[in-house]
Design a protein around this ligand. Sequence first.
Ligand SMILES: [Zn+2]
Length: 470
Amino acid sequence: MNQAFSFARLAQIAEDLQSAAHRHPRRVSAAVLTLLAGSAFTAFGVAPLSALPDVAPPLITQIIQPVTSAALPEQLQRLDMQSLTLFRSDVTRSADTADSLLARLGVDDAEAAAFIRNDPLAATVLQGRIGKSVKATVEDGQLRQLVVRGPADTTSDIDTHFTRLTIERQTGAAHAGFVVRKEVAPLDRRPQMGSGTIQSSLYAAADDARLPDGVTNQLAEIFGTDIDFRRELRKGDAFSVLYDALLADGEPVTWGNVAGRVLAARFINKDKVHDAVWFQEPGRKGAYYDLTGRSKVRAFLSSPLAFSRVTSGFAMRFHPIHQTWRAHLGVDFGAPTGTPIRAVGDGVVSFAGQQNGYGNVVHIQHSGDRTTVYAHLSRIDVRRGQQVEQGVRIGAVGATGWATGPHLHFEFKVGGRQVDPMTIARASESLQLSPLALGQFRRMAVDVAQRLNMASEQQTAGAATGPRFE
Ligand SMILES: [Zn+2]
């Protein structure tokens, strides 16, 4: 049997067939035939659940046999009547209650719902971040086991570990009811490839390619100086990305912005090809380089707001736009109050406080007579005289001063004159690899370029492919 055709997959198919049988009997018969035609399996073979440590392989009742089309109606009836162990997967949603979650998993079990509501540890399933992965083992509609995988409790572990919560029905008479246990386990990493084509937006294309948001955000950062993702994306632009997928018990992580590092990526914007490869030269911090070995890190970021699903939806406007405040020039970034703001380059805070129309404002003095201004902040996280590094958080978006709604008013001045921040970021100085490292880098880059070529060829050949394991 094909390995990808796993036990869990088969169980899911059987289950889908069973529920669909009530709605579309004819279509299901055809589906069953298709399934059986090419395969000789006589049962849902008990494939080892080795990918799921600490989960005892459940006993499985044989539920499908090779049948002829004439026997199908009878067969489907038997499926209904026999004791059936099913596996269902889903993710937690923001409005979930114990009942709604169990209902989506096909579980009709008041006792299980009550346990999840009332047991303090079990109740954490519905607390904290949404998007936790939930797997239920269901027997005759009753919950036998619920395994919930979610983020580690401590922020520092969030990229390396996950939490596994197991709720299990006790079967012995003396131990009726449910028990719950919590474990912390390390995440695994596996290189994975994804590619997509822009139809409407970057995040829509990333969703089609089933890229985690954390990977999409990295793409926007890596190519942030090459491509203005707010103004320059075009329909038909395409990307391919090789990244370290994070796996919890063998399954891709589904929660939050947690994602492994992008190892290499290509972005084709308006027919221009941009490449990036992660490389760490001994004794230096790792960084992204183009295929010639030029660092993609510049002295200035193109935007004081990190690009994300949230901030990507807001417009960016050039001044002057206010009726009431014509004199001030700069760029407005719409964003929700509280969105973190970062210093676009290394420098020294020359002002941090209130200033007429600017409200709460931070000024940073950079080298080469360059200054940046960040206004209307809801909070300020730096003080005058403080040294700041590029990317460090200096405050949060607000609507203080002369602002009609929450946004960041941003100015970039060279010698006191306003400039386009994107132009400055593109022109600013970048790191170059040492000659020794460059040789090593080039050999690796050839291999990476080949992979990216293959991925973009497949992409332009038509199908928007989801991630494929390498
Ligand atoms: Zn403004």
